[in-house]
Design a protein around this ligand. Sequence first.
Ligand code: ADP
Ligand code: MG
Ligand code: MG
Length: 879
Amino acid sequence: SRSMPTYVYDFDQGNKDQKDLLGGKGAGLAEMTNLGLPVPPGFTISTDACRAYLAEGAEPAGLEAEVDEHLHTLEERMGRRLGDPDDPLLVSVRSGAKFSMPGMMETVLDVGLNDRSVVGLAEQSGDDRFAADSYRRLLQMFGTTVLGIDGEAFSDRMDAADELDTEQLRMVVEDFKAIIREHTGHDFPQDPREQLRLAIRAVFSSWNTPRAALYRRQEQIPDDLGTAVNIQAMVFGNRGQTSGSGVAFTRDPATGDQGLYGDYLTDAQGEDVVAGIRNTIAIADLAELDRTSYEELLRIMATLEKHYRDMCDLEFTIEDGHLWMLQTRVGKRTAEAAVRIAADMVDEGLIDEDEALRRVTGDQLVALMFPRFAPDPSRQPVTTGMNASPGAAVGKVALDSDTAVAWAERGDDVILVRKETTPDDLHGMVAARGVLTSRGGKTSHAAVVARGMGRTCVCGAEAIRIDLVNRRFEVRGGPTVEEGDVISIDGGTGEVFVGEVPVSDPDVVRRLEGEDVDDPVADAVERLLERADAVRRLAVRANADTPEDAIRARRFGAAGIGLCRTEHMFLGERRGLVEDLIVAEDDAQKEHALTGLEPLQRSDFIEILTAMDGLPVTVRLIDPPLHEFLPDLTDLAVRVALEDERHDEDERDHLMLAAVRRLHEHNPMLGLRGVRIGLVIPGLFDLQARAIAEATAERIAAGGDPRPEIMVPLVASERELALIRAQLEAVVATVAEEQGVALDIPIGTMIELPRAAVTADRIATVADFFSFGTNDLTQTVWGFSRDDVEAAFFPAYRDQGVFPVSPFESLDVEGVGDLVRTAVRLGRSTKPDLHMGVCGEHGGDPASIHFFDEVGLDYVSCSPFRVPVARWEAARAVL
Ligand code: ADP
Ligand code: MG
Ligand code: MG
């Protein structure tokens, strides 16, 4: 009888939902075992054990005994003992964390071989070469993974692609043992249980390698999860032509097309198939090699898809005509494939539309909206590889990852071009716009990792020959491309172009804008967006300052404008009038400048109100410090000094210099801005209110349905808003009387200062609506300036875990969010129906949208391009 497990679980004791405990691989092996699929038996050491090991630096008490016990059970089942000299049981020791980290961590195969058991293996299998090859593999994997010897020490001795006979392999085995002795000062451990112990430790420790840590940071995977370790009886794909190893997807992970995809390699074990060592065959061709295994594989794939109700990827091995399943999980996929598969599975009755929405993130929708290469039939690719991860990437060729990083740091766009990538290329892949490889299929390292990161990738472009000595690559039958030359790669078609190819909007964007395009991805997006609109609670508005943006936003489904900035209405040719206003010496001059500006602004507002007819347009009165509209202090001071020296004094320049000096602030973001301008220089706000009111009156007269709202920025106290409100109401009333129309223009405020948030109950007495300005609120709550800190210390803050992402990108729910929550509660305690939205950048950020839904805002407002994403995420927030 076996005691309750603490650290170790047999495959038949777990299931697919236990990824926290068993890791993704262990959970998948357990699930397949319990489905009755052919899985070599084994057991899983839990992540609890790993965390304990990493914390204590030693196996936690009881672990060894539990492993012994489960190993014993495994030996009984297999009728073999680990490393038995006559007929050895061999095992694999496989890492497997909760989230898959392709190739990041370690796996050791063939554990249990030694000088004596290799003889037994040869006798039992009747295949000397196979036994020698397996021992050679163990020494190599153990040497690099467990003992930390540089892989080149082994690969220099033997290229994996070498075709060696048994005798030669035996010599390699001796040499590998010598290499181990030389590098570690010890012999390769002959004791199988010792091998197992060391391999388990190595897997535990691989959680903390720098490349694994980098990958986690990139993918925002927590650092403290640890990995599970799977110990599994070996099956052998390296037993000649009736054996092999493969990886497969139940649908195309790049496009979502139905039908299986994958690669198979005969007489191969483990990573051979993804390492691009020999050329693989497409999984469909397995039908010719081994029809029975092929058909069983198809059946298993169908079982897994039905069971997981999702696209799965899997790893399998055929040993002498017997199919064995070694891994499965819900497969990583491109954004295209995600939305296609979700919509198709709705049609297939596997899931409903809400589940489809749950499965596709707003970030994936963003990826679908990125520009593509503009179609042009006359443009010829120099070669075509596999479409491994979509997107259009243009950049300078970099032939190694360090170069890619260095060039990206100096601001260049780069394309990383490699024969194949390894986990050591991660930093280069992060830095590059796209990745191009000459070997490997859609399941190669480059393809899998690029898809995970949303990087464009073309792989297996076999016509390319990379020449690292001369730093260039040749395209067979085509040009030679030097490192540093610009190329363009299309991850959707696999095409490679020399030079820069222009980009354009993808079909998804064109469909969302109302064009009639024929594209299955666009169909799927449109259909799921319709469902999103039906289920979401939050309204979505856009931040738009121009009629063009307003029109685009409306096509994308915006229910109005949540933030119409007015700063641009004071720029360009209008600067002169603003300067006049500021240097004005008397009311008449001031009046003159204002009357010059008013009609210009009125026509701006008419255009925007026309574009958004029938929908609300929230106009924010002038916000930034006035000096932003004036000449630079230093430039002006120099000019005046020069003029004075030449006795060529310019009176206006002198006045301007005095004004600029007067307005100069050490900390302008905390200075004379927003409502403060309205109180200190009342003419400007009045001018804007008049322009809005007159534009509204004119639209009404023209038969339109204008719905402007006036929003006052940077309010901290009720009194400020009360004063401004009275002033604005008076202007609107005057215009209403002049024009003989009724004007009902709500006046509200931004909540973007901590004081406003905590006195929101009082501010609400004089506000018709609130709009959270989460950019300024973040600046003022954290006390850092968004314009300066990003480069100065955010990278260090992220590295040291102060925050995982910049609080300007994703709302700091704990701090800034708490103030938002407070202000919502206080505001509604005064006015239960007070309308509230958010107009900071966070309005388009998926995680932040979920928070805004939760605290009960009425709408989010974001850039026009983000409107579909916000609609999507607003639905996911309630699902
Ligand atoms: P990764 O997490 O990097 O995919 P795996 O643990 O899946 O690493 O191991 C890599 C490969 O090793 C597998 O795809 C499989 O081909 C091979 N392998 C692992 N365990 C076994 C086993 N018990 N028998 C045969 N091959 C195995
Ligand atoms: Mg695997
Ligand atoms: Mg602001």
